[in-house]
Design a protein around this ligand. Structure first.
Ligand SMILES: [Cu+2]
Length: 170
């Protein structure tokens, strides 16, 4: 009887133990980067790449932080030849196996009304809210605009894809 109970307990413990890491690893993040503030800038932005390694589609619904009066998901868009940004409505699709990039010139986490400057080389955190994965709090460094690496990363990505296509054509 004692052994039965032990093995049942072990069985459920194993189930819980197995289920937890799978859920936790479905969403993965590239390096989080904040645009460091210069002078008396009152707003800034944060950038990160988000990978969905799960088998289920997810959706980035919202972003929160205690860094600013308002934290919003924003997107940049061309509107009659003028670059404009506006809050994302309904979240950002994150299909299974896909990566979305929050990067300069596109989606970003907007920090409006900063409580304190985002000094370069300092670490700050934000929380991203996903439909299925729930809330994920991530940390990252504030970097001067010239040091932000997201754009470079994207460029090298594009280059890789072009390269692959070249080899496939025959
Ligand atoms: Cu914005």
């Amino acid at each position: 009887m004692f052994f039965m109970r032990m093995s049942l307990f072990a069985f459920f413990a194993a189930l819980v133990g197995m289920a937890q890491p799978v859920v936790a690893s479905e969403i993965m993040f590239g390096p989080l980067q904040f645009r460091a503030t210069v002078g008396s800038m009152s707003s800034s932005a944060a950038y990160v790449s988000i990978m969905n390694h799960g088998k289920m589609a997810d959706r980035l619904l919202d972003a929160t932080s205690n860094l600013a009066r308002k934290t919003e998901l924003h997107q940049m868009e061309m509107d009659n030849g003028v670059m404009k940004m506006r809050p994302v409505e309904g979240g950002i699709d994150l299909p299974a196996g896909k990566t979305i990039h929050l990067a300069p010139g596109g989606y970003h986490v907007m920090l409006i009304g900063l409580n304190a400057p985002l000094t370069a080389d300092s670490i700050f955190e934000i929380t991203l809210v996903f439909q299925n994965a729930g809330e994920k709090t991530i940390k990252g460094m504030a970097m001067l605009p010239s040091d932000l690496k997201v754009g470079d990363h994207l460029k090298s990505h594009e280059h890789k894809h072009k390269h692959k296509h070249k080899h496939k054509t025959n």
